[in-house]
Design a protein around this ligand. Sequence first.
Ligand SMILES: [Zn+2]
Length: 227
Amino acid sequence: MKREIRFQGKKLEYTLIQAPRRDVLIQALEGGLTRVYAPKRMPLSEIDALEGRRAGEIRAMQQALAPAPLRSGECVRVEGRPRRLRLEKGTRESFLTETEWVLFCPDPENARQVRDRARSFLAEMALVRIRERLEVYAPRIGVSYGRVTVRNQRTRWGSCSAKGNLNFNWRLILAPEKCLEYVVIHELCHRREFNHSARFWDLVQRQMRDYQVWKDYLKKNGAGLNF
Ligand SMILES: [Zn+2]
């Protein structure tokens, strides 16, 4: 449920999730979003009041979340390997070398544009890698799949719909290659087992013996795989 309050003359919006819990949890999300988990029986006026009292703190949390601008010379890991970013003015095609990432931007001073360009470059690269891996593993697992998309998601690495459409997180390209491969295998195995049963994990393991290592890697380092 969307709620809105006023704080120091400014609008503060938040999404309220009423859950069977005893205390209130306030989560600041990327992009200035706020999510509030509150006990089911707590009156809305009380939640608004609490949100108002903590508004300053929420602002601070959101500012901390706002990513620092990407700059030339910065090191970004792509497929787990460090590359030095070089921002260039122009509209030519960006490219990666073994050690460098040359990113063309019409306006390299515009932090938002740089980030958007950087993300879409990597999202395209992620899609290519994912398609390569799908072509290898789908026949091995003996499954087909539908549409493949790459998105900007906060928490999920991949998903598989009942119709077999697959969706992946572009940020997988920032992780070691094996992580992306593991997520591809994971989603393809859902085409045979649409659950997380022991049978499902057995299928995953048959394709990647050490999948647990890469699954854990994403769990531990996932939040940092971003810019
Ligand atoms: Zn799954």
